[in-house]
Each structure stands twice: as structure tokens, then as C-alpha cells.
Design a protein around this ligand. Structure first.
Ligand SMILES: Nc1ncnc2c1ncn2[C@@H]1O[C@H](COP(=O)(O)OP(=O)(O)OP(=O)(O)O)[C@@H](O)[C@H]1O
Ligand SMILES: [Mg+2]
Length: 495
């Protein structure tokens, strides 16, 4: 257990003369699962990108299996046996599982033809060896996210990876898929593979890891055995102070109906969904992955057509909901798929923040030109603690994952919508920022907005909602009021 196979010495990294990693030292032992946690922008992904040969380091050195390790490219890392499973998987959805596994190394037969049989057999062998439960011939795009993750693992194993890095692997997994992933990770460990596991879900880190390193502001502040850590201790090390309250308490009142949905049928399997949302209310929509939560939001907001049913906003029927129509009536929708749908990646943070607030800016070259706008941005950056030195210059795509999510949240918060639909508001966001997002949501409700929140974290919904609707297989199966909240009750409706 104690043989160190990978040693990072005094790693520093700067982007445009701003140092984001400061003399990081880290050791990984054979056959261990090392957790890596830290606030958004702490430097976790950057450190792993260096290890994976994606960015060069500015200073420092790395030893791997007793030899100098100089990752000049991802290829170098792979050849040495370090695999990196990114949050956005690098898989080709139009190819088969087997083709994906051999993508950078096709064995060719007669006349240079790809030997499909061979790659299929070889792939299946690896898949079965680790009991990953996918078919090598299946088309990648038809597999659920969990299975795609398994393919990435099989791919890493096929290349004989001795170290596998997981950067927030569970954000798009269902609970069952997550359990499978953890089982696979534990088996890898039994087979002597070393794992680095990055996540904001601290319960998972505590459950899975043998040791945990905490990164704060580009430095390793503490590394310890899992037994010596609990949730509060991890948070203390991450944020540098005690964080006692997880959910803010805000006094507010609930008034008239502002959104009514009647007998909604959509997406082929969502049937007869009816509910209403009131001014000042935070309403939760819970369901297991695939229950139809996102489909309902999309149909209400007019992103996808509904088959039938009625949507009323402030008492008036919206005959043909479309996003433009909905925004015009004071609604906003934050999609779960924020990376793809939410941001103008090459544009600065401030442009992104002001994008919906100033509709005239959207689509134009959007520069922040008034003092007032700059001040609004500054405030939002501060409130959500968006890690950026120059919001008017730093492009959104150079922010850390969690900070990008905060920008998407921030731009809609600035608009102060009257009816706010939010899908997974805190995915990938660190604990401190979660609290701020909850506080903003509750304060908006207090000011008279109505908020519908979809989340797969039941605790989160119980912490901020006045009421929770439960969805199962496209149908509403229950409604639980705050005074009756219990995990068992909600889960019973969801199953
Ligand atoms: N390509 C880049 N150009 C400029 N700055 C960058 C670039 N990539 C990362 N950074 C900066 O480096 C810092 C660390 O970012 P990193 O992505 O490593 O954080 P993280 O710990 O992975 O956070 P998260 O939990 O949000 O994913 C951030 O301040 C980020 O803005
Ligand atoms: Mg990251």
C-alpha cells in the first residue's frame, strides 16, 4: 500500500503570468484511491491536465515508477500508463463501442482494412474481464452515460493504465450507474491500479477514497487518510473557514398562481402532468434519471413541442410556447446542459453575465460600456465568488468548470425573472457556492419570483423547496409538503 508510484514535486503553473498552481507536492501510491477536492478554480483540473500531458507545467518535476516523467502530450501520458477520464467524455457517438476503444490504434488486416471482428472480440474480452456490462458491437450514441463511462474505463485498461484519473465522473450518472462506477473503481484498486478521484460530492469522496488531498487556491493545504476526515473537516480545509449552515433560512410568503400546467403530454412518455407554481414559492421536481423531469421543463418553456396540454402564465394561456415568448412573459430557464447551451465560450465573463439582462447586447459584439453594468458584473462575480481576475477580459472557456456554471446562473439571476425554471442548479459547484446559489434562489422568491427546481439531489430539494413534486416514468406520482418531508416518503413515490 505504501509504495509511491507517482510523485509530483513543486509543480507550478501560470496562465498569462498569473500563477494558479503554487509548488504543489503530491504522492500517489500503488493500488490506492486518492481523492482530490477543492473549491471551484482551486486548480484540480489544471494539475491533472499537466499530468495528462494537456498543458505543460511552468516549473517542477514528476517521477513515475521511479523515473522522470515528462508529459509533453496526451500520447506520452497514455504510453506511460496514465489515463485521464474527462468529465466531457471523448467518445464518438456514431461509432461502435469496439471502434471507440481502438480509435487511436486500429489493427488492420488484408489491404489495410480494419479488422472489425478482431477489434470486437478484443474489446469484449476487456469489457468482460472487468464485468463492465456493455456490448462491444453497440453504438456508442445509444448507450446511457454510465455505460459510456464504462467504455472509457475499458479503453484505459486496454492500454494498460496504471493510473486512472477521474475528473468529476458522476455529474451525469444516475444513482445506479454511480454504484456501478464505484464498484468498477474498487475492482481496479484490487487489481493494483491507482486512482485519482476528483469530485464536489464530498459524501462520495469520503465513501470511496483511501486518502484525500485538499487543494486551496493552487496549493495542497492538507493530505490525510480518509479516517481522519469527516465532511465538516473537508469543508474547513477547502474553504479555510467553518461552514456550519448548508441551507440558508429565508422568511417569505407565498401568493397567487403564476404558472399553471394542465394535462401536459410530451416527449412521447410524459403523460397527464398537472401542477401550479405560485409567487414566492420554490417548488421542487424530483425523480430518478429518465423520469421525464427535463422534458417537462423543456416543453413548458417551448424548447420542445408539447403533444397536448395547457400552459398558463399569469393566468393567460400560452398557446404555442416558445423560448422567446416565454422570456417575454418574464420566464427564464437554465438548462442542465449548461456547457453547450449556456455560454458564449470565447467571450469575456462580463459579456456572458450581461447577455440576457441587456437583450440588445446578445448577439452583438457586446461590450460592457456603462459604469452601472460594470458594477452589476462586479457584484455578481463577488456574490457567486466567480474566480476571475479580469471579468471584462477573461474568456468564459478559460474559467474552471464550476465557475462556468456560476456564470450561467449569474446571467439569469441578473435578469431577475418572475418565473424561473432551473435544472440542476448546483451541478459541479463547490459547497460554498452552493450555499450562495440557494440564498439567491430563496431571496428571489422572497422578492416575488416563483421558482421551479429540478434536482437529482433530494437533500438539496428538501433544503430549499416549499413543496416537492415527484415524478416517475413520465407521470406525477406524489406531492410532499415541507412539513411532511422524509427521504423515504419521497423515494417511495419516485420508484
Ligand atoms: N486555459 C486557461 N487560461 C487561463 N486560465 C485558466 C485556464 N485554465 C484554467 N485557468 C485558471 O486556472 C484556475 C484553476 O482552474 P481549474 O480548472 O484547475 O480549477 P478546478 O479546481 O478544476 O475547479 P472546478 O471545480 O470548478 O472544476 C482557475 O482560476 C482558472 O480560471
Ligand atoms: Mg475542474
Amino acid at each position: 500500500m505504501s509504495d509511491v508510484i507517482l510523485k509530483l514535486n513543486d509543480i507550478c503553473k501560470s496562465f498569462f503570468s498569473v500563477e494558479v498552481l503554487h509548488h504543489v507536492n503530491l504522492e500517489l501510491r500503488q493500488g490506492e484511491i486518492l481523492g482530490l477536492v477543492g473549491e471551484n478554480g482551486a486548480g484540480k483540473s489544471t494539475l491533472m491536465n499537466i499530468l495528462g500531458g494537456i498543458f505543460p507545467m511552468s516549473a517542477g518535476s514528476i517521477e513515475f515508477l521511479g523515473e522522470p516523467y515528462e508529459p509533453a502530450s496526451p500520447k506520452y501520458a497514455t504510453e506511460k500508463g496514465i489515463a485521464f477520464i474527462h468529465q466531457e467524455l471523448n467518445l464518438f457517438t456514431n461509432l461502435s463501442v469496439a471502434e471507440n476503444m481502438f480509435i487511436d490504434n486500429f489493427p488492420t488486416g488484408f489491404l489495410g482494412r480494419i479488422d472489425k471482428k478482431k477489434i470486437r472480440a478484443k474489446s469484449q474480452e476487456y469489457i468482460d474481464k472487468y464485468d463492465l456490462n456493455v456490448r462491444a458491437s453497440a453504438k456508442m450514441g445509444n448507450l446511457p452515460m454510465g455505460s459510456r463511462q464504462m467504455v472509457e474505463i475499458a479503453k484505459a485498461l486496454m492500454k494498460n493504465a496504471k493510473v486512472i484519473i477521474f475528473d468529476e465522473p458522476t455529474t451525469s450518472l444516475s444513482n445506479r450507474e454511480k454504484e456501478k462506477l464505484f464498484k468498477a473503481i474498487r475492482e481496479l484498486k484490487e487489481n493494483g491500479v491507482s486512482i485519482i478521484y476528483i469530485s464536489h460530492i464530498l459524501e462520495d469522496v469520503l465513501l470511496l477514497c483511501d486518502r484525500i488531498s485538499v487543494l486551496r487556491d493552487g496549493k495542497v493545504v492538507h493530505t490525510d487518510k480518509r479516517e481522519r476526515y469527516d465532511r465538516a473537516g473537508l469543508i474547513r480545509d477547502m474553504v479555510g473557514r467553518e461552514l456550519t449552515q448548508v441551507y440558508p433560512s429565508v422568511e417569505k410568503e407565498i401568493h397567487d398562481k403564476v404558472l399553471e400546467v394542465k394535462d401536459l403530454n410530451c416527449a412521447g412518455f410524459v403523460k397527464g402532468v398537472s401542477f401550479c407554481l405560485r409567487e414566492g414559492e420554490v417548488l421542487g421536481l424530483f425523480g430518478l434519471m429518465g423520469a421525464g423531469r427535463t422534458q417537462i421543463l423543456r416543453a413548458v418553456f417551448g424548447l420542445d413541442p408539447k403533444e397536448s396540454g395547457e400552459v398558463r402564465v399569469f393566468g393567460e394561456e400560452v398557446k404555442k410556447p416558445s423560448p422567446g415568448e416565454c422570456i417575454h412573459r418574464g420566464m427564464a430557464f437554465i438548462t442542465e446542459n449548461r456547457r453547450e447551451e449556456g455560454l458564449l465560450m470565447p467571450r469575456p465573463v462580463s459579456t456572458n453575465l450581461l447577455m440576457v439582462k441587456n437583450e440588445e447586447l446578445a448577439g452583438s459584439m457586446g461590450v460592457v460600456d456603462t459604469k452601472e453594468e460594470a458594477e452589476l458584473c462586479r457584484k455578481m462575480v463577488k456574490t457567486l465568488d466567480i474566480k476571475t481576475a479580469r471579468p471584462d477580459q477573461q474568456a468564459a472557456n478559460s474559467l474552471s468548470g464550476g465557475n462556468q456554471q456560476k456564470v450561467v446562473m449569474g446571467k439569469w439571476l441578473l435578469k431577475e425573472p418572475k418565473i424561473f425554471l432551473v435544472d440542476e442548479p448546483t451541478h459541479g459547484v463547490d459547497v460554498g457556492a452552493k450555499y450562495e446559489i440557494y440564498r439567491l434562489i430563496l431571496n428571489m422568491a422572497k422578492e416575488g419570483s416563483a421558482i421551479l427546481v429540478v434536482s437529482s439531489e433530494m437533500q438539496e430539494l428538501m433544503g430549499i423547496c416549499d413543496r416537492i413534486l415527484v415524478l416517475s416514468n413520465g407521470r406525477l406520482t406524489g406531492e410532499v409538503r415541507k412539513e411532511d418531508y422524509s427521504q423515504e416518503r419521497i423515494m417511495k413515490f419516485a420508484l
